[in-house]
Design a protein around this ligand. Structure first.
Ligand code: SAM
Length: 285
């Protein structure tokens, strides 16, 4: 299927012919390189029966390569001016493309998947200011999502795949390692965007695991958040006050999980956090 590139202008062309400027507050760095847009969409391996959600379509750089490739395309865009522009460009495509003028952090994944009747494919060149909260939202909705391909700031992308003992290892790395498989695909330099961001971007692909830990995501998240908020402190100190138990019970739980109360969070592998959550549960009053 030919991409619908004619439907969408380059960012330079758009801002020459429309008032206003890219909005920093909305993380607007528009991809100006169609070949890269095509490569990102190719990485999602979209099939004709797929229902795709594109996060922040902007001026349609990725949309151009998604339109016509899937059964239905949902576009979720917060910028009212861009929504009006997209609505006008997409009018001829009818029901196959649906535009949602809203914050993607409030998107109703449940409703979307129910209507689709199958898990969704998510694609986006993510606004840098919401990448982390959006990834948490996707984790919460992981049973509704089959796979995703995202462009994120390189620094965020590196956190997604970081292992224990590295400076990037943190909450996102632990949770994604337990619930998803994430691959880094390629980097994209600042010159490919208008306006150019200050940093490189990274394209990542992920899918959620069929077999996941038998503990609640929220419990793991609470524990991992607590210890990484104080990543310089020991495990025992980091957890103090974050779990409903006294120092002695906490120490017992840490030992029962096979960990040392003096350990630093950045050295603890993801699976040990699951053991820790189980042990904390069994020591809870
Ligand atoms: N996909 C386009 C591209 O590749 O050129 C635009 C990418 S730009 C990095 C991010 C887009 O997300 C912008 O269009 C911006 O208006 C939109 N956006 C920012 N915050 C959003 C939010 N909370 N919900 C939905 N869209 C958002």
């Amino acid at each position: 299927m030919e991409p619908s590139v004619d439907l969408f202008p380059s960012p330079h062309e758009y801002f020459r012919n429309h008032p206003g400027r890219p909005r920093k507050r909305l993380g607007q760095h528009f991809l100006a390189q169609p070949k890269t847009a095509e490569k990102i969409v190719e990485a999602a391996a979209v099939k004709p029966h797929d229902v795709v959600v594109e996060v922040g379509p902007g001026l349609g750089a990725l949309t151009a390569h998604l339109v016509g490739r899937c059964a239905r395309l949902h576009l979720v865009e917060l910028d009212r001016d861009l929504v009006a522009f997209l609505a006008q460009r997409l009018a001829s495509l009818g029901e196959r493309v649906r535009l949602h003028a809203q914050d993607v952090l409030l998107f109703d994944w449940d409703h979307c998947v129910e209507e689709a009747g199958r898990p969704l494919v998510v694609v986006g060149n993510l606004p840098y200011n919401i990448s982390s909260p959006l990834i948490f939202r996707l984790l919460e909705n992981r049973r509704r999502i089959d796979r995703g391909v995202f462009m994120v700031q390189r620094e965020v992308g590196e956190r997604l795949t970081a292992g224990p003992g590295t400076k990037d290892y943190g909450v996102l790395s632990v949770l994604l390692s337990l619930y998803a498989s994430v691959e880094s695909l390629f980097t994209v330099g600042p010159k490919q965007f208008y306006p150019p961001p200050k940093v490189d971007s990274l394209v990542v692909r992920f899918s959620f695991l069929d077999r996941e830990p038998d503990v609640d995501l929220e419990d793991v998240r609470r524990v991992v958040n607590a210890v990484f908020q104080k990543r310089r402190k020991t495990l025992a100190n980091g957890l103090k006050g974050a779990v409903p138990m006294g120092g002695e019970a906490l120490r017992r739980a840490i030992l029962r999980a096979g960990l040392d109360p003096q350990d630093r969070p950045e050295r603890i592998p993801p699976a040990s956090f699951v053991d820790l959550v189980r042990a904390l549960k069994s020591e809870s009053p």
